[in-house]
Design a binder for this molecule. Structure first.
Ligand code: NAI
Ligand code: 15L
Length: 276
């Protein structure tokens, strides 16, 4: 297996927190990368890469950017809970533009999904990757839609997708919940590398978290792309243990702080949504 992709890789959301990490990582690997974002790229553009500003709402611009690419790493869009109208353009229409471009180029997509697509699962549950989608807001709903988009394009057009349900990808865990959800920058970059180089991915779903003893998540398709996390939140336990919100709704569910946003229930739900 080659250690370089056969054609350029397109990275959206390149000016964001994860995009900047990945741009640097791919730069050190010497890959040919097209970086794009609606915001300017704040760092020196790595050798071998180019940066082009574009709005995900602009389907023609996305088609042009993807021309000749073998892989689209799609990190761009609204990345936190926002009102529906703000999420709609980048995350719903924009994602359609990404998948149409992938279909035309026969490119694989890595879709940066989120734990907020399943945020209403209780923290006491240990989830496999085929669990019910239970979004905890409009942002999480857009990520659930993104995963469904990946499946649609796989079954209908044979477009491959690596759907990564990212937990909390930050320099280090900052509260107790992140002992379960943390993904190190290094593990994230290596995941993107493996997703690009794997001979085949089909349409697979992977939990984007490091090797955390307190993980909420269990089985997934990481073996399909040959990725294993190397880092762990465990070494941060002493520092963040006990850092909790005090909000019972927030602490009950995996989605944490996004769950109580705009939450109007006065009593907890009576039981599981999908009783067996
Ligand atoms: P970020 O907010 O730092 O980066 C997102 C980028 O998308 C920004 O640079 C922004 O300018 C760009 N963008 C927004 N609207 C756009 C538009 N209309 N056209 C083009 N570009 C647009 O987010 P971050 O943390 O880097 O996350 C990257 C991806 O990973 C996002 O899709 C996010 O939802 C997902 N993710 C991140 C997690 C984390 O812990 N950082 C956890 C779960 C998912
Ligand atoms: C996400 O999906 C967000 O992009 C990120 O900013 C964090 O809020 C993360 O989830 C999380 O749940 O910690």
């Amino acid at each position: 297996m080659s250690d370089k992709p056969p054609r350029p890789v397109l990275v959206t959301g390149a000016s964001g927190a994860l995009g900047r990490q990945l741009a640097r990582h791919f730069g050190t690997l010497g890959w040919a990368v097209r970086l794009t974002d609606i915001a300017p790229f704040p760092d020196p553009v790595p050798a071998g890469s180019t940066f082009t500003a574009a709005d995900l709402n602009d389907g023609v611009a996305i088609l042009r950017l993807a021309e000749g690419c073998c892989m689209i790493i799609h990190l761009g869009g609204v990345s936190v809970e926002r009102p529906f109208e703000e999420v709609l353009g980048p995350n719903i229409r924009g994602l359609y533009h990404i998948y149409e471009a992938a279909r035309r180029e026969r490119a694989r997509v890595l879709f940066a999904s989120s734990n907020h697509a399943i945020g209403f699962h209780e923290r006491s549950e240990k989830l496999d990757n085929d669990c019910q989608l239970l979004p905890d807001g409009y942002y999480g709903l857009s990520k659930a839609y993104g995963e469904m988009m990946g499946r649609l394009y796989w079954y209908k057009h044979g477009v491959e997708s690596v759907l990564v349900r990212i937990g909390s990808c930050f320099p280090e865990p900052t509260d107790e919940r992140m002992l379960s959800t943390w993904l190190s920058y290094g593990d994230f970059c290596r995941l993107c590398e493996r997703a690009t180089l794997a001979e085949r991915s089909g349409c697979c779903t992977i939990w984007g978290c490091s090797n955390n003893a307190a993980s909420f998540w269990r089985d997934d398709a990481r073996a399909v792309i040959g990725w294993q996390p190397q880092d762990s939140a465990d070494g941060h336990a002493n520092r963040v243990r006990g850092k909790v919100s005090g909000n019972p709704v927030q602490e009950r569910y995996q989605g944490g702080p996004y769950v109580p946003m705009d939450y109007t229930r006065t009593a907890p739900p009576p039981g599981p949504l999908f009783p067996r």
